[in-house]
Design a protein around this ligand. Structure first.
Ligand code: NCD
Ligand code: ZN
Length: 345
């Protein structure tokens, strides 16, 4: 029997939704994660400090009695966002970061940013007070091939922004390409990246080969194998600029299994087991704690969690539910397509 104990992980990118879905999925995150950066792309989005306070209260109210979990709130950046409101929400400790969605890039991103010039006063204020910007790093330009949208974003948006505002701390979230990995590695300061579990395990064939598989469709979409391997190398390297953000993004099955299915993969149930599998495969189990437990807190300036979690490698594969029931309907769980022997105990 092999076992590993690490500081209780945090999830640096999580969609908890609201209402019945929030109630349905929150316990799975709270079981394995001490804290999570909560995505603000609700309908309508979490834009102001008051919105974040109300959403945080709803999350805490949905947390089952006896469970501990700290939601780290984010604000959805719009062209109307008020810099003073953002600063107040951050200095009071309510809000950890601001989230930039290029308008149209992903689920519920229509209120996102079309013209970066319009949000420069907010970004300048954030740089001044040391508040991080979490970035969905894809252009939404329909003329750009969907598999190139991250690389084009880096060249045409991220790099110019970093030159304009080098003091602004930025997280390139759910990075999916070797371009993204290389760009982060080449940066001298103020840039880090989160990586999802599923992008370490699947490439685009999972979505498109042998029949279309909507439960592997997310944004940014999985890329070709060489990119997956670059992500694996970055995640398992121990480099402090890379850490876990699951991007667990539940949608009910009818909204995934249809002619225009939603983007998002629900992974919070089995993500740690899958990660242990990945790190073991790459002979890097000793670096799992960096990726899942140490690098993120260091980047966000928070203490490492005092609690720990232990994973045990079983002789038999561990079974996970293929779907969960929520008050909004069934949600399919990420199927890693390989037997997973690691269990969180
Ligand atoms: C996310 C969602 O469903 O809210 N979907 C996804 O595929 N990751 C949005 C996002 O993070 O891009
Ligand atoms: Zn997301």
């Amino acid at each position: 029997m092999v076992e590993i104990t690490i500081p209780k992980p945090d999830d640096w990118h999580l969609h908890l939704r609201d209402g019945a879905m929030l109630e349905g999925v929150l316990p799975y995150s709270a079981r394995h994660f001490a804290r999570a950066i909560i995505m603000p792309n609700l309908m309508p989005p979490v834009v102001t400090g008051a919105d974040a306070q109300a959403y945080r209260d709803r999350i805490m109210a949905a947390l089952p009695k006896g469970m501990q979990f700290k939601p780290l709130m984010t604000l959805y950046l719009t062209e109307g966002t008020d810099a003073a409101d953002v600063a107040r929400a951050h200095t009071s400790g309510l809000v950890t970061a601001v989230k930039l969605y290029p308008a149209g890039a992903t689920t519920n991103s229509n209120s996102g940013v079309r013209d970066l010039a319009k949000v420069m006063p907010v970004l300048e204020k954030m740089a001044e007070i040391g508040m991080p910007l979490c970035i969905h790093g894809e252009v939404a330009d329909p003329s750009v091939d969907i598999f190139d949208r991250e690389a084009v974003f880096i060249d045409t948006v991220l790099d110019p922004l970093r030159r304009t505002l080098p003091q602004l701390k930025m997280t390139l979230e759910h990075v999916t390409t070797s371009n993204g990995v290389d760009y982060v590695m080449a940066a001298d300061a103020n840039l880090a990246a989160s990586i999802t579990t599923h992008h370490l395990m699947i490439n685009r064939n999972a979505i498109l080969a042998g029949g279309i598989k909507p439960h592997y469709y997310c944004l940014p979409v999985a890329k070709r194998e060489s990119h997956r391997l670059a992500l694996r190398k970055a995640a398992t390297s121990g480099d402090s600029r890379f850490f876990l953000g699951t991007d667990s993004a539940p949608h009910v099955d009818p909204l995934k299994e249809c002619a225009c299915g939603c983007a998002g993969i629900f992974t919070s149930i089995n993500t740690l087991s899958c990660l242990a599998h990945v790190f073991e495969e790459d002979n890097a189990l000793d670096r799992l704690e960096k990726f899942a437990g140490l690098n993120g807190p260091a980047w966000y300036g928070l203490p490492v969690n005092g609690e720990t979690v232990t994973l045990i490698k079983r002789d038999q594969p561990v079974s996970f539910p293929s779907r969960i029931e929520t008050g909004d309907g069934p949600v399919t769980v990420f199927d890693p397509r390989v037997p997973i022997h690691w269990e969180v105990v």
